[in-house]
Structure formats: C-alpha cells, structure tokens
Design a protein around this ligand. Structure first.
Ligand code: MN
Length: 322
C-alpha cells in the first residue's frame, strides 16, 4: 500500500468546526470570521509544535451552497498547511460525498488531504518511530479489528496505530450510542469527532477511546458558556490527549445576551429536527426569500398549546411587512 509519509512529532486534532457563511442557530453575525480565526490559530499552533493538523469531520455546517468568498478564504488559509480532513455527516449532501459539496472544491484546489475513504490514511514518522493513522469517515463502520501484523509485513512496524472516526460512540451521557467502547485488536487509539461535548478518554483492553469535542460553540447553552473551545494534541507516548485553549471571544460577544431556556441536553438540541429546520430556514430566507409559512404548516401541530402563539406571531410579523 502506497501511503503518504509525513515527518512530525504527533497529531493536532481539531474537532467539528462547522464553518458557515451564515451564522447557525443563535450565533451572532461574526460567526464566519470567528471560526476562520480559530482555524488559523490552530493551524499556526500545529506548525509551531511540528504536529500534523487533522480536522475530525464536519468542517462545514452545511455541505453545499457556501459562499464563494468563504471557499476562497478557506483555500487561502489551508493552502500552506494542507490539513487532513475527515468527512463528517455535515460535509455530505443526502448522505453521500459527491463533487457538488463545498469540501470537493477544497479537494480540487488541492488545499486539504481528504479522508473520505475508510482504512489506513498515512504514516506519521515521529522521532520515536512510525505511527499508522487510519480513518472511518461518516457512513463507514469503525473496524472491529485491524490486521496489524499482516499490514506491517508490507509496510514495516508501527509503534502505534491511531484511528480517527466521526461516529455515535457510547461515551458517558451520550444518548444515541451505536458503538460500545471496547478493545479493537490492532488499534491503540480511537479518536472521535461528531460528539461536540468533550468526554473523558476511556481505555478498554489495548484501545484508548478519546472524544475531544468541537472547537465552535454551536448552541446557546450553559455548557457552551462554561467550556473553553479547545484543540487537542496526540503524541506517541501520551496517556491522554493534551488540551490547548484556542483564543476565542467571550460567550456574550458571540451569542445574544438573553435568558437560557430550561435545561436541554446539547445532544438533544443538536438533533432537534425543528431547530435544524429553522436554522435552514434562516439561511434560506437571506438567499431565496420566503418559506416560513410553508415550514410552519409542515411542522406545527395545531393541537399543541403553543401553536396559536406561533401563528399569532407569524401573522403579526408578516402583516407588519405588508
Ligand atoms: Mn458535528
């Protein structure tokens, strides 16, 4: 197997940036430049530390229709670094990675090293020895085992095998686990994106599972208020990922100053179809005009007590615009 070899001291891991030209959810208008600044800080730091930058999926919040200016900015930013980028669920349209998504533009511009296929991805040549880095992009399973000895027969020995994934893993307080944390023979580290809240690492047999969390504050929650956006560092002899605080703005500089809603799990918030639909609508509104009435008709249950309130608000706003 002809894998790319890269000399560095370890990996610099960047979780789920969710960059977008229009702010998702309740984020204020500086969202795009905030996330670009974070990505730039991460890439600079990775270079200072002689680490390979690797984005753990969901570089984009919406897979397509990102503005050309955002893509031009990303091409300029990524060009000198060529980070590895795992494909997450948000990077694909209708669950497929196709040439019409924004990520394909970055790939065609040759500014990213795409991890869109499952399996061994590259060899990290560290002063301690060679490390194999493999990937399970969204839509491909995390392997049950890796035939390490067979692979090493052709490719030489590896001091560690690290696998990156973007999956529903049973870390504590995660509501939709699909993968149990267990030993994966042949793999020393499984490092996961996708779950935005950081989780403590957990070791099962010879495999340590890590979930460093994302770098962008997506949801207006107490959790977002309390936690610092961080990137993480993996080196061959580490016992856990090392955290690095990414320079970032104050919570109320990036979110409106308002009351919190009653506590809702951030996983619930992320999965709410209604909220996702509203986000999509907010985005559509600026580009394509109306659609709110249709969205409300499709999503509001007339039997729910709040429905009348929502319709009254809708009527008030639309009548006011006539
Ligand atoms: Mn994500």
């Amino acid at each position: 197997m002809n894998l790319e070899h890269i000399q560095a001291d370890g990996l610099f891991l960047i979780g789920d940036p969710h960059i977008a030209a229009t702010p998702p959810g309740q984020r204020l208008s500086s969202y795009t430049s905030d996330i670009l600044d974070k990505l730039e800080a991460c890439l600079k730091r990775s270079k200072e530390l002689n680490l390979v930058p690797l984005i753990l999926g969901d570089l984009f919040h919406w897979p397509r229709d990102n503005s050309n200016s955002l893509l031009v900015d990303l091409i300029a930013l990524f060009g000198p670094y060529k980070p590895f980028v795992l494909i997450g669920n948000h990077d694909k349209y209708q669950a497929r990675f196709t040439p019409d998504v924004s990520m394909a533009v970055l790939d065609a511009a040759n500014v990213v090293r795409l991890m869109s296929e499952p399996g061994p991805a590259f060899v990290l040549e560290t002063p301690e020895g060679n490390v194999l880095v493999g990937a399970s992009p969204d839509g491909f399973p995390i392997p049950k085992e890796f035939e390490r000895e067979e692979f090493e027969r052709e490719n030489g020995k590896f001091i560690k095998v690290v696998w990156v994934a973007h999956h529903n893993v049973a870390f504590p307080n995660y509501k939709k686990p699909h993968y149990a944390i267990k030993e994966i023979p042949g793999i020393d580290w499984l490092i996961n994106g996708h779950i935005h809240g950081p989780r403590p690492s957990s070791t099962a047999g010879g495999t340590t599972w890590a979930n460093p969390g994302n770098i962008s504050r997506m949801a207006f929650t107490r959790l977002s208020l309390e936690r610092k956006p961080q990137a993480t560092i993996w080196t061959p002899h580490c016992t856990d990922l090392e955290r690095w605080d990414i320079p970032h703005r104050g919570f109320y500089e990036v979110f409106p100053n308002q009351e919190f809603l009653p506590e809702q799990d951030d996983a619930d918030a992320a999965e709410s179809k209604f909220l996702q639909g509203l986000e999509r609508l907010a985005w559509k509104r600026t580009h394509e005009g109306s659609g709110l009435k249709q969205f409300l008709e499709e999503n509001i249950d007339p039997d729910q007590p709040e429905s009348k309130l929502i319709w009254d608000l809708y009527t008030e706003v639309t009548d006011g615009n006539r």
